[in-house]
Write a protein that binds this ligand. Structure first.
Ligand code: ZN
Length: 84
């Protein structure tokens, strides 16, 4: 997992900020896996499986669920200060 690459929003091309991790159940294999959440300045919200970076990001269908403080999210192996 690399933290060097800052993804850009596929929708508008702006750099995105990490929005934390969300534990999800994956339909594919029934596993509970974290997704990393990314947001751009226009509030497009994207996420991707942490263990399958090669699959890239998908648009998050339920961004309103994640207007939470990062500390409230259940799956947090690392916490990064994005500095505001
Ligand atoms: Zn965007």
């Amino acid at each position: 997992m690399t933290t060097e690459d800052i993804p850009t929003c596929p929708e508008c091309g702006q750099p995105m900020k990490a929005g934390g991790l969300v534990l999800s159940k994956r339909v594919d294999d029934g596993q509970r896996i974290c997704r990393s959440l990314w947001r751009c300045a226009d509030r497009h919200t994207w996420w991707g499986w942490v263990d399958r970076p090669e699959e890239g990001l998908e648009m998050c269908p339920v961004p309103e669920l994640f207007h939470l403080p990062i500390a409230a999210l259940p799956c947090l192996p690392t916490r990064r200060n994005v500095g505001r």
